[in-house]
Design a binder for this molecule. Structure first.
Ligand code: GLC
Length: 588
């Protein structure tokens, strides 16, 4: 018989031992515990220890970046060839759009096999070489994780539809009858007819939040959750540093489907984060969740136990409103509303991504103002809520306005995410359907097909017209031009990296004395920066105080400022910006 230890006996012994140990320590160090107020343990600085809190992330699609084998489509070997370019630009991490086998009906966001590389983009070996070469340059790789749904062509769906007794049937969401609300909650209005569609093989309706060919996975089924974990584990073992988690609010809806008052199962986010961290401690999960500020802590977790990062879609929409209208108040308010997040969590700020600019959270009046300025033609607008253009075309290729927007992006509280080609001011092709307009091949040189491919025809047309023609806008030309947008962006990234306060510090929105000028002050570890942006195309004068600042060192020009009667007066040109360091030009 196993002897159960008598706890009432062992506990005092342990306590006695612990006490003697403490007394010994006290004796050895000559340190009296009783002399210290012990009302709080020292806090751990969680801000400084996570790479993703203060990084520059570069988003690209392998197929559109660089073709190495002349088949007209970009591939991993081509991307590997361009790593030196990305390293010189100063990026810390690359976010890869989906690269797994897919019928490509939603440009790869319809995955047909989660455990492989699309053959057209290379082999598993090419992928591994890419990750290795990125690591050598200190560049991390994060990838899209599209697990809300699969392609209808995924083996799981093919099996699921064959029989109700198939192991995979319950991996999807079915209904024998057409639910009444089958036309409620479409993500792509105008291009998507319903969220329930008939499957001719099973004779049942299946749920799809996105297009008809993207059936939603059923996360109420523990087997699906386990499979999602396997996918995460698989890619982490391939050297991936994190995931851009697609469509987060839709993954965590329980039960899935509109109209049944789904609850959101936030614990799922903690679970997959914990799972991912069990495999790689410094992994990041960057969520695509366009939510209102009251929801933020549900996703981050009150103590930061949820997903580590989210795109700040909320601020993005008001930022576009501010760029379009020059009215700053809603943007400032959005910054304040999204200010409080746990120490280990972080926002990802961005200007453009691979989708439309989503303006769904603006009032109709505000949205119309942005449409009028940045996307007046119907063909520029999408899904009744957004604009399918690149930044440069929206801003009329106005260099000053583009600089303002990018300087602003790199000064926002969080990590900056940029989109390939924006560093050159690449344009869009509105002849391409829906969001493909902003996914044209990267413009490397003025050679045929922009040096993207040696094939006669690229898999997608390169931009060969107007102001954004690849013969005018390309890496080769801009590399040799110290006044190019590429050179400017490289310098901006370097400046941003010298100001870690932005990613790690606390911030205040300053009263600049001008309604057109946004002023942000960051402070971290006794260091501080002040950054001003003039949203108007006219010169503006500011008048503001900065507590504890004896001098503002200009980080761009040799034009430092001293206060007059306690106030700084800084003039800004139309769309001008100024970055200052407080009290020390080169901090210790
Ligand atoms: C996300 C992606 C988008 C895709 C959709 C369906 O919103 O950003 O490009 O179409 O999910 O996966």
């Amino acid at each position: 018989m196993t002897k159960i230890p008598n706890l009432s006996f062992t506990m005092p012994v342990i306590m006695l031992c612990t006490r003697s140990f403490m007394l010994l320590i006290t004796f050895l160090t000559g340190f009296s515990m009783s002399g210290l107020a012990q009302d709080k343990l020292a806090s751990v600085d969680l801000k400084n220890h996570f790479w993703y809190k203060n990084a520059v992330i570069y988003n690209l699609e392998v197929s559109a970046f660089k073709d190495s084998d002349g088949d007209g489509r970009g591939d991993f070997t081509g991307l590997t060839q361009k790593l030196d370019y990305l390293s010189a630009l100063g990026v810390d991490a690359i976010w890869l759009a989906p690269f797994q086998p897919s019928p490509g009906q939603d440009d790869g966001y319809d995955v047909a096999d989660f455990y492989a590389v699309d053959k057209r983009l290379g082999t598993g070996g090419d992928f591994a070489e890419f990750v290795n070469q990125a690591q050598i340059r200190g560049i991390r790789v994060i990838m899209d994780l599209v697990i809300n749904h699969t392609s209808t062509q995924h083996q799981w769906f093919q099996e699921a539809r064959k029989s109700k007794t198939s192991k995979y049937h319950d991996w999807y969401i079915w209904s024998d009858k057409l639910p009444k609300d089958y036309k409620v909650g479409m993500v792509f209005p105008g291009y998507q007819e319903a969220v329930w569609s008939m499957d001719s093989v099973s004779g049942q309706y299946y749920y799809h939040r996105f297009y008809q060919f993207q059936p939603d996975l059923n996360y109420a089924n523990p087997e699906v959750v386990r499979e999602a974990q396997k996918i995460i584990g698989f890619w982490l073992n391939q050297g991936i540093s994190g995931f851009r988690l697609d469509a987060v609010p839709f993954i965590i809806e329980i039960p899935k489907g509109p109209g049944n008052n789904p609850k959101l199962d936030y614990k799922f986010l903690t679970d997959i984060r914990q799972f991912a961290q069990s495999r790689k401690a410094d992994v990041v999960i960057l969520g695509e969740a366009n939510v209102v500020p009251e929801e933020n802590l549900n996703y981050f977790g009150k103590g930061g136990e949820g997903i580590q990062m989210m795109f700040n879609f909320y601020v993005n929409q008001f930022l576009f409103y501010a760029l379009a209208s020059g009215k700053l108040e809603p943007f400032k308010k959005a910054l304040v509303e999204t200010q409080i997040i746990p120490d280990a969590s972080q926002w990802a700020h961005f200007l453009r991504n691979h989708d439309e600019v989503d303006l769904g959270r603006l009032t109709e009046k505000q949205r119309n103002e942005v449409f009028e300025k940045f996307g007046p033609d119907k063909n520029m607008q999408l899904y009744d809520r957004g604009i399918r253009r690149r930044l440069s075309t929206m801003l009329g290729n106005d260099r000053k306005h583009i600089e303002l927007a990018y300087s602003l992006l790199f000064s926002l509280p969080g990590t900056a995410v940029i989109r390939y080609g924006d560093e050159l001011g690449m344009g869009d092709d509105l002849r391409l359907q829906e969001r493909i307009s902003v996914r044209t091949p990267m413009q490397w040189t003025s050679d045929k097909n922009a040096g993207f491919t040696t094939a006669d025809t690229a898999f997608r047309p390169v931009i060969d017209f107007g102001e954004h023609d690849y013969k005018k806008i390309n890496v080769a030309a801009q590399t040799r031009d110290s006044s190019s947008l590429l050179s400017w962006t490289t310098t901006l990234i370097r400046m941003r990296k010298a100001c870690p306060e932005i990613g790690l510090g606390d911030y205040t929105v300053l009263d600049t004395g001008s309604p057109d000028v946004l002023g942000l002050r960051y402070e971290h570890n006794g260091k501080s920066v002040v950054i001003l942006h003039n949203f108007s195309d006219q010169p503006q004068q500011t008048n503001f105080s900065v507590k504890g600042a004896d001098i503002l060192y200009d980080l761009i020009n040799n034009d430092d400022k001293k206060p007059v009667a306690g106030k700084y007066n800084v003039s800004l040109k139309g769309y001008g910006y100024q970055w200052f360091r407080v009290n020390q030009l080169i901090p210790n």
